[in-house]
Design a protein around this ligand. Structure first.
Ligand code: NOJ
Length: 472
């Protein structure tokens, strides 16, 4: 099957993970610039100060993307580059950088797909309570409007937030991300609500400007499946989906929170503070939301947690939260299963879970437009006779693209696929051990770029629009 002509083949990145230039050209400090300097927070104390120096090498990087045949590039804007203090004076050099990057993409016909918030909050705002402080909602909407006005003539696809569950959950439950608060479910749910209001108001602001592009939000998508058909485990999987998936997509697509989670929160005294205007804005924005983005890496295999058992803690960098954490009450745990295949980092490889998860969303949200905004394999790539032979990555992406073909045949409205990542990046907590890119960055040779086997493979997939995937 060929992917439709309007389907975008892309790849993605995030500002903090590749730009570097952390204190150049007027950029302010972000919460991450501070957090990574706290001893013990990241593997070997790595920071994004230089990252892969994309800020200075973006022309070379975009040229490589063009050579690969990339149709669209998803990148994020660093808020503290635009507003060093979170608000107030705009930093013109920050706007210049993104204007140049966008123009460079367009020069090659690459469609820019822009994320406004991929976790780097201006430190000044974090110091005033970050996302727990409702003033951050207004600051975000103002920042978003400035971006729409500055870039919206050429950028026709905006994502407000990337993976809320990660920065809210790790910020306020596990403590693995800034502001590093642990086990505070009251704050966690409040913060998620505040971010939903920020999303809704940014959507409404975008629509008022009539730029005739599209706007949506991206969540990590870890569909939960019960380990077996025992009713306890089936219940646990439903519970996990309610807290990890429906809590995140319902307010965006339906304009209100899922009833089941609301009941649980009420029983536990965890209902967020909201005012009627906020709830009205969620409702008003829902029909204006143009698409949802899904970052899919793996499903969750879930079983009911019984009193004698302990939740299992995952490795530090997970695509999901530490199991059971998002539901605050340890109802379930995720488990590794003997008949499944895992990466070196214990992430399950499951294209079937991808397809089944998409069908689960179709059942709940109908024909909503979907972009797969991240999907890929983190690995330590083998170098054989000087060539970067990332065959496992090719297999991973191939099988997931085939699953996507089946999903489209079953009527899912998927309009694009963005591999994570376009180039090897800094992992938030894991340094450079784990690579995802089509382009290798040699940290022993002045960050030189080298094409991997997957670079040529993806180039062919794009050129043939996926027609040969099922025969490979
Ligand atoms: C999702 C995040 O958006 C991205 O920043 C991260 O590096 C990848 N997952 C891989 O963990």
């Amino acid at each position: 099957m060929k992917f439709p002509h309007d389907f975008l083949f892309g790849a993605a990145s995030a500002a903090y993970q590749l730009e570097g230039a952390w204190n150049e050209d007027g950029k302010g400090m972000s919460n991450w610039d501070e957090f990574v300097r706290i001893p013990g927070k990241t593997f070997e104390g790595t920071t994004g100060d230089v990252a892969v120096d994309h800020y200075h090498r973006y022309r070379e990087d975009v040229r490589l993307m063009a050579e690969m045949g990339l149709e669209s590039y998803r990148f994020s804007i660093s808020w503290p580059r635009i507003f060093p203090d979170g608000g107030g004076q705009v930093n013109q050099k920050g706007l210049d950088f993104y204007n140049n990057l966008i123009d460079e993409c367009l020069k090659y016909g690459i469609v820019p797909f822009v994320t406004l918030y991929h976790w780097d909050l201006p430190l000044a705002l974090e110091k005033q309570g970050g996302w727990h402080n409702k003033a951050t909602i207004d600051a975000f909407v103002h920042y978003a409007e400035v971006c729409f006005n500055a870039f919206g003539d050429r950028v026709k696809h905006f994502i407000t937030f990337n993976e809320m569950i990660m920065f809210c959950g790790n910020g306020y439950l596990t403590g693995a991300h800034p502001p590093g608060i642990t086990n505070d479910p009251k704050k966690y749910f409040q913060v998620t609500h505040n971010v939903f209001v920020a999303h809704a108001r940014a959507v409404l602001a975008y629509k008022r400007l009539k730029q005739f592009g599209e706007i949506g939000i991206t969540h990590v998508f870890n569909p939960a499946f019960a380990v077996d058909n025992h009713e306890d485990n089936l219940f646990a999987a439903r519970h996990a989906n309610e807290f990890d998936t429906y809590w995140y997509y319902d307010p965006v697509l339906k304009g209100h929170y899922p009833e089941y989670v609301l009941q649980q929160l009420q029983k536990s005294g965890l209902t967020p503070d909201w005012d009627p205007q906020e709830l009205a804005d969620l409702q008003a924005a829902a029909p204006q939301n143009d698409f949802i983005g899904l970052n899919y890496y793996q499903p969750m295999r879930v079983e009911k947690l019984h009193e004698v058992q302990q939740p299992i803690e995952h490795s530090r960098e997970t695509s999901t939260l530490a199991p059971g954490k998002a539901s605050f009450d340890n109802v379930y745990r995720t488990v590794k299963m003997a008949d499944k295949i895992y990466t070196k980092w214990d992430w399950e490889i499951s294209p079937e879970g991808f397809l089944d998860g998409l069908l689960m969303l179709q059942a709940r949200y109908g024909n909503v437009k979907i972009y797969i905004t991240e999907n890929g394999l983190g690995d330590e790539d083998p170098i054989i006779e000087g060539e970067i032979c990332d065959i496992p990555r090719i297999n991973y992406i191939k099988t997931h693209l085939i699953a996507l073909q089946h999903a489209i045949e079953k009527g899912l409205n998927v309009k694009g696929y963005y591999a994570w990542s376009v180039i090897d990046l800094l992992s938030w907590l894991n340094g450079y051990k784990k690579q995802y890119g089509f382009i290798y960055v040699d940290h022993n040779d002045n960050l030189a770029r080298r094409k991997k086997a997957s670079f040529y493979w993806y180039q062919h997939v794009i050129a043939t629009r996926g027609a040969e995937l099922q025969n490979q």
